[in-house]
Design a protein around this ligand. Sequence first.
Ligand SMILES: NC(=O)C1=CN([C@@H]2O[C@H](COP(=O)(O)OP(=O)(O)OC[C@H]3O[C@@H](n4cnc5c(N)ncnc54)[C@H](O)[C@@H]3O)[C@@H](O)[C@H]2O)C=CC1
Ligand SMILES: O=C1O[C@H](COP(=O)(O)O)[C@@H](O)[C@H](O)[C@H]1O
Length: 251
Amino acid sequence: MDDPVLLTGAEGRVGQAILSDLSAEYEWRLLDRDPPTRDTDHEFVVADITDEEAVREAVEGVGAIVHLAGDPRPEAPWNSVLSNNIDGTRNVLEAAVTEGVEKVVFASSNHAVGAYETDERTPDMYRPSDDYRLDGTELPRPSNLYGVSKATGEVLGRYYHDEHGLSVVCVRIGNLTKNHPPKDYERGQAMWLSHRDCAHLFDRCLQADYDYEIVYGISDNDRKYYSIENAREVLGYDPQDNSAEFANAEC
Ligand SMILES: NC(=O)C1=CN([C@@H]2O[C@H](COP(=O)(O)OP(=O)(O)OC[C@H]3O[C@@H](n4cnc5c(N)ncnc54)[C@H](O)[C@@H]3O)[C@@H](O)[C@H]2O)C=CC1
Ligand SMILES: O=C1O[C@H](COP(=O)(O)O)[C@@H](O)[C@H](O)[C@H]1O
């Protein structure tokens, strides 16, 4: 990707994990509704993704978009996910088509499929001995309205691919934490995504060729109920971390 890359939600946790390893690898145009809180060498656009015209201007001249901006709270209320996650994502995809962008990487979530974690399956499915896997071909089963908004973002991506030929990859991100997996939380350990695997995965999303894909964004954890085979095959994802390596740290 030689053209500039727009990173929405750049000030957040996922954005910072990406930039910590990939700052020098791309010509980034950062976007957030909040002004930057640290020095940056990159262009920074302060804009709200619910502002259609501001988004179109921010997208001008970029070759790809990593779209992270949105309300990340599993308990977020409908009015917030409707505007920030659904309207905002549509604005980004519409601007991508209008401005001739090649590919969009969409930050989806484990919560788009959270309701597969039924009482019958849990907690066994969080354990290494269990072979239950979701692989990205299953229908969404959101666990909350936030998950509904992420599933909707995936469907919007499908539409913009089919109707307009935009390359779209939806990354169902697990649980990103810095330095170590979540402690005393089996589910979080099963879906842990380390910072370096996060940066590597989004790098692969920018480098690989694809039409429309849904992949899971987790490290190569012994505990897992999300398959990372599609991410390996389609994107060349090669994660380095595994939450099991932190077992002695009482994670
Ligand atoms: N952190 C995680 O483990 C996971 C994150 N995700 C998704 O990844 C994305 C990023 O999440 P985090 O970095 O954790 O969240 P965060 O809250 O740390 O960062 C989100 C950023 O987006 C910005 N933002 C929010 N609404 C905006 C709007 N309307 N216009 C412009 N900027 C806006 C915020 O100012 C913030 O800087 C979200 O879409 C979230 O749903 C999905 C699964 C797991
Ligand atoms: O989508 C998200 O998922 C992670 C993990 O979910 P949790 O229910 O185990 O906390 C969450 O931490 C993050 O805020 C959210 O955006």
